[in-house]
Ligand binder design. Structure first.
Ligand code: NAP
Length: 320
């Protein structure tokens, strides 16, 4: 099969389009003909400096397609089923083989490109807001990097739960499409004073919950945006900064910070059901996936470069 591979981590141009061996469908697994690959925030970070399980390495956490083969012991998936799948690595390819437990059926009529973008971003946003963030109707939430994959999901899920939603992005233009998804207040965090802007929009109180997928100096700002008893969720490091966090500021306001990692929960019955509900909601148009661009898999390097230019809003998708 063809795949986008790299022999060393680094800038987008480490990605090459090459022939590699087909993956094998072992017991408990399904082999999928890939039709759409969602480039996740973690994929660009892994390509930049992540571990390489193989050389050459095929990066990528998530894709969707049609099941071509079912391994021994799999009873809940059939050849011909359309599914979205997650994996530790390997999505940037024409075929993937994954345990059936990390696949979710796509309802008939569901757009395969949009559904390819759901489990990691929407499942993570859901866990940040509800399972670990304990968001309640009537509260205020700040979604950092609202134009990213996790951000687009978090804005919609928070809004439909009855929260007032604030979000940041690195320009006013990047915030604009987010208002259609339920954003109440957009804040350009490339401008100094953005923490003050957040506090102003909440009548000086600060927000009840922050979902922070950026880290570094933005995470320090997230804590400064919290209301009394506010909760901060740290879920990623898209800002690519190593800055250590000083948690002492939390003490005076009885505030908390919690880490979230969907991967640690993704095979639990709770997360499985939650993710299937989100796939169904996207397939049926109750939630929206913003697809900024699609590229052929052969142009994976250009697709990664577009994401890192911080011009894309929502997802960039590869099509084999
Ligand atoms: N813990 C988990 O379970 C989990 C699950 C999913 C994702 N994550 C992590 O969450 C983070 C976001 O994931 P995602 O899928 O939402 O990513 P994404 O779609 O690529 O979006 C990342 C966003 O980060 C912002 N950003 C800030 N500084 C940046 C920089 N220096 N370079 C590039 N972008 C920058 C960009 O928006 P602006 O330009 O508007 O700032 C961009 O929209 C990643 O670190 C990912 O690994 C963790």
């Amino acid at each position: 099969m063809k795949a986008a591979v790299y022999y060393e981590t680094g800038a987008p141009d480490v990605l090459k389009y090459e022939d590699v061996a087909d993956p094998q469908c072992g017991p408990g697994m399904v082999l999928i003909d890939v039709e759409a690959i969602s480039i996740e925030g973690g994929d660009t970070l892994n390509r930049l400096h992540g571990e390489m399980a193989t050389v050459p390495h095929i990066v990528g956490y998530q894709c969707a397609g049609t099941i071509r083969e079912v391994g021994d012991g799999v009873t809940d998936r059939r050849v011909g089923d359309r599914v979205v799948a997650t994996m530790l690595w390997g999505s940037h390819a024409e075929k993937v083989a994954v345990p059936s437990v990390i696949t979710w059926p796509i309802p008939s009529g569901g757009d395969i490109v949009k559904c390819a973008c759901v489990p990691v971003a929407f499942g993570t946003a859901d866990d940040c807001l509800f399972e670990f963030g304990h968001l309640q109707a009537g509260e205020t939430v700040l979604v950092q990097a609202g134009a990213g994959g996790v951000g687009v999901a978090a804005i919609q899920l928070a809004k439909r739960a009855g929260a007032t939603v604030l979000a940041t992005a690195s320009s006013a233009e990047r915030l604009q499409p987010l208002y259609d998804l339920g954003l109440d207040h957009g804040i350009d965090y490339s401008q100094s004073g953005w923490v003050d802007r957040v506090r102003e929009r909440t009548g000086g109180l600060g927000v009840n919950l922050v979902v922070d997928s950026v880290g570094g100096h933005v995470l320090a700002g997230s804590i400064a945006c919290l209301a009394y008893r506010g909760r901060c969720i740290t879920v990623g490091s898209a800002g690519r900064e190593e800055e250590p966090l000083d948690v002492r500021a939390l003490g005076m306001g009885n505030q908390s910070i919690t880490g979230v990692f969907l991967g640690a929960e993704i095979t639990t019955p709770r997360a499985q059901k939650m993710i299937q509900g989100l796939v169904d909601d996207v397939a049926n148009g109750r939630l929206e996936v913003l697809v900024d661009h699609t590229f052929p898999l052969a142009q994976a390097a250009a697709a990664h470069a577009l994401i890192e230019s911080r011009q894309a809003v929502g997802r960039v998708v590869l099509v084999p």
